[in-house]
Design a protein around this ligand. Structure first.
Ligand code: 5AD
Length: 348
């Protein structure tokens, strides 16, 4: 009887029924392990049906830790005078891309703070990567930029873009991002989709002020906007930010949010995020067991990994070309999922 009741709610979410929000909230509020197991199993089943029983691999390069923003949660915010700032040269970036290529990985994710990189610098990087490695897909994750910049980079060869919304609650957004608005974030996401980027968004779980109602609204926003990727990780307090004394986001809630995202959006890429791997244990495996299907090993040069200090304890500090492969194999064995080294474009 209980299963019947839970399955009905799961179906309501899969089918986007009118009681969708209530049903999402019901799971977010629920901590009964049997019920949560049903949710996780269904999320895995949906991933396997719509995407396949594998995870995709993307190589991450964090090319600049400079940032002009003041996000209250992030260690790279410009008010953190103790942050180490670096920017990779073109050569350093290309060396990392080569390592990714030689590891058989066919996606490069270029990520940075909002560091005022010139349009031309990024265009040149994209074009050079494409000329040396034509079969590599380029994902950008460099924050809010103009429509023209997005267009230039798309034409240069970038095909994907990651821009987390963090929260769709306009007031909450303002509280955690001083002087910035959710409207400009939404406009960027719209522009990316208009330009036909494979567009990723996402959120942190458990930052100060966020409620379960906010998370439910964010999930509905993701479903309504048909994103190609959704990244979800727990908030981790950084000692050099105004949120230093706040609590870390709950892993259980993060995993439930991942599973619900899988039920809602079905044929999308969901990373088992680095933040989930950076807790008291590596919870990326748990994410793969509740609907996630992407792993992003870090290929920034070792000397810089520690300096890209968004939050403390990043698991990737010890990841390199050799043990990235070991990590992937371990995650594959433990999750029962295959590793896919294909380019893995949009599934939809
Ligand atoms: N804890 C967890 N995730 C964080 N991010 C930024 N700061 C933190 C933090 N303290 C996430 C944001 C951002 C992504 C690159 O990292 O969601 O979009």
């Amino acid at each position: 009887m209980e299963n019947f009741f839970v399955n009905k709610k799961i179906k309501s979410i899969i089918n986007h029924s009118t009681s969708l929000k209530d049903d999402i909230l019901w799971f977010l509020n629920n901590n009964d392990s049997e019920i949560i197991n049903l949710l996780f199993n269904k999320a895995n089943e949906i991933r396997n049906i719509y995407c396949g029983n594998f995870f995709a691999v993307r190589g991450l390069i964090e090319f600049s830790s400079f940032c002009k923003n003041t996000c209250l949660y992030c260690g790279l915010n410009c008010n953190n005078k103790n942050a180490s700032r670096y920017k990779l040269s073109k050569n350093e970036i290309l060396n990392s891309v080569e390592k990714i290529y030689l590891s058989n990985i066919k996606t490069v994710v270029l990520q940075s703070g909002e560091d005022n990189s010139s349009t031309e610098f990024i265009t040149d990087i994209i074009k050079t990567i494409k000329s040396f490695f034509p079969d590599i897909a380029i994902t950008l994750s460099v924050g809010e930029r103009s429509f023209e910049d997005f267009k230039t980079w798309k034409e240069a060869g970038a095909s994907r873009y990651l821009l987390r919304i963090e929260t769709t609650n306009a007031n909450l957004y303002k509280q955690i991002h001083l002087n910035r608005t959710v409207e400009s974030r939404l406009a960027c996401l719209k522009n990316l989709q208009t330009l036909e980027y494979q567009t990723g968004s996402g959120l942190m779980i458990g930052f100060p002020g966020q409620t379960l109602n906010d998370i439910a609204n964010d999930l509905i926003f993701f479903a309504e906007n048909n994103f190609d990727m959704i990244g979800i990780g727990p908030f981790i307090p950084h000692p050099e930010t105004p949120f230093k004394n706040d609590k870390t986001g709950f892993v259980d809630l993060t995993l439930k949010t991942i599973a619900l995202t899988r039920l809602l959006l079905k044929d999308i890429w969901i990373p088992a995020t680095t933040a989930l791997g950076s807790m008291e244990k590596d919870f990326r495996i748990d994410a793969l067991l509740c609907g996630a299907n992407v792993i992003m090993p870090n290929f920034s040069p070792d000397i810089y990994k520690e300096k890209y200090n968004i939050y403390p304890g990043k698991v990737c500090i010890s990841e390199n070309k050799k043990n990235a492969i070991q990590l992937l194999e371990k995650l594959s064995q433990e999750s029962g999922l295959h590793i896919s080294y294909e380019i893995n474009d949009r599934i939809k």
